[in-house]
Ligand binder design. Structure first.
Ligand code: ASP
Length: 420
């Protein structure tokens, strides 16, 4: 059995066991067996293994992004080509996000998930103040590369790595030597990713068992319409929008793409973090889809940090939902503002679980909707976070393929027949 099928089975088993445990409602039972299952198994063993798995993935992110991006920039050489590629990438990331949010708003306005629902607020929710956009921009530029790496500030690491790579490409023979060492390092890190991939079925099983045990499906009940609208928009975007973009802009077969991208989606779903998924995204794009390192090393970390189509979709549906429940009409200008701010907000969303809700506050504020409305949807957000993260990482992969194809840096042989 190949690894993807093993991970898939592990996912299904994890979800089944988690949901079964949750519906037995062990929480209210006081017998010692129930206590053991809850504290020893779900919140004990499964929680520990799942967290160790995520930590090991995250462990690779900074070294991998740095080393791989230095190699990529150094091999691209001159700043002009880099600039053009960066421009295309950012442009595509913005366009796909704007399309995503437009689909979300349209669907939500048609389905009207917030009309006539009896809702309860989660009173423990406290709105967090999002940082001003100006600060977000200034924060891209590092003053201390070591701190940037220590804190995992991805955009700062990217800026430093690009500068470093450009330095290498201009430093002649000496630069070539440094570049060779970086290429060797890169190989070593890729092998580390392979080791982790082998352990993934266990990690994924434990993560999902614990999450579904603690969340269950009960909360979906009264938020069913909201939940399904977000899911439907995510589905349409992932299948139709990405499929047509791929077909139109690259001529690649969307079904083959979907097949190749599956492990990336599964990791995104299980970890609910584009950041933790990054090692797998990079590895899959380079090894299974034939995207050259010079492109993927730039587009993937940038996408994981900036491009969050799934998150934008949730924010679009949530805005309409909250406007409808509070019976506030924000008008056409309001919705256009939502498109703009949700695109920007999804860029400002850090690639970790659940942050999309925090930047949703920014969107709501911009159009004068009550930020406390977030308390209405928080109950189902953990589950939606998993699905939208799978879409976020798929979007990064689509754009990487489009940019690579345009730059003549996509190996069609690998895309069609990847090595096992
Ligand atoms: N979990 C998402 C991601 O990492 C961000 C979010 O929507 O909260 O891609």
């Amino acid at each position: 059995m190949n690894l993807t099928s093993k991970i898939f089975i592990a996912m299904a088993a994890g979800i089944a066991i988690g949901v079964a445990g949750n519906s037995l409602n062990l929480v209210s039972e006081s017998s010692s067996a129930a206590g053991f299952i809850e504290n020893g198994l779900f919140y004990g063993l499964f929680d520990a293994v799942g967290r160790i798995f995520i930590a090991s993935l995250k462990l690779l992110v900074v070294p991998m992004v740095f080393v791989s991006l230095v190699c990529g920039t150094a091999s691209l050489g001159g700043g002009g080509r880099m600039g053009l590629m960066a421009g295309k990438t950012i442009g595509l990331y913005l366009i796909t996000t704007a399309i995503a949010i437009t689909i979300a708003l349209t669907l939500a306005l048609i389905i009207e998930p917030g009309v006539s629902e009896q809702l309860t607020m989660d009173t423990s929710y406290q709105a967090t103040k999002p940082p001003p956009l100006k600060e977000v921009f200034i924060d891209i530029f590092p003053s201390n590369p070591v701190r940037a790496m220590a804190e995992g500030s991805m955009l700062q690491v990217i800026v430093f790595a690009v500068l470093f790579g450009l330095g290498i490409s201009r430093a002649g023979d000496r630069g070539a030597k440094v570049s060779e060492s970086f290429n060797n390092f890169n190989q070593v890190i890729m092998e580390m990713v392979m080791i982790l991939m082998q352990l993934a079925p266990y990690g994924v099983f434990c993560l999902l068992a614990k999450i579904f045990y603690s969340t269950g499906f009960n909360l979906i009940g009264q938020l069913f319409l909201y939940f399904s609208t977000v899911l439907l928009a995510l589905f349409i975007h992932a299948i139709f929008v990405y499929g047509s973009l791929l077909k139109l802009l690259t001529g690649l077969n969307p079904l083959t793409f979907l097949k190749r991208v599956r492990p990336v989606m599964m990791f995104g779903f299980s970890t609910a973090s584009s950041n933790a998924t990054m090692p797998i995204t990079l590895e899959t794009l380079e090894k299974k889809m034939g995207v050259d390192n010079s492109i993927a090393s730039f587009t993937v970390p940038l996408g994981a940090t900036l491009n969050m189509d799934g998150t934008a979709i949730m924010q679009g549906v949530a805005t309409v939902f909250i406007a409808q429940t509070y019976q506030i009409d924000i008008g056409v200008v309001g919705y256009l503002t939502v498109i703009l701010t949700a695109t920007l907000a999804s860029i400002g969303t850090a690639a970790v679980p659940g942050v999309g809700l925090i930047t949703l506050a920014l969107v709501l504020q911009q159009v004068g909707l009550p930020v406390e409305g977030i308390a209405l949807i928080i109950g189902v957000d953990r589950l939606l976070d998993m699905v939208r993260t799978a879409v976020n990482v798929t979007g990064d992969s689509v754009v990487s393929c489009i940019v690579a194809k345009g730059e003549g840096a996509l190996d069609l042989d690998v895309f069609e027949n990847p090595p096992r």
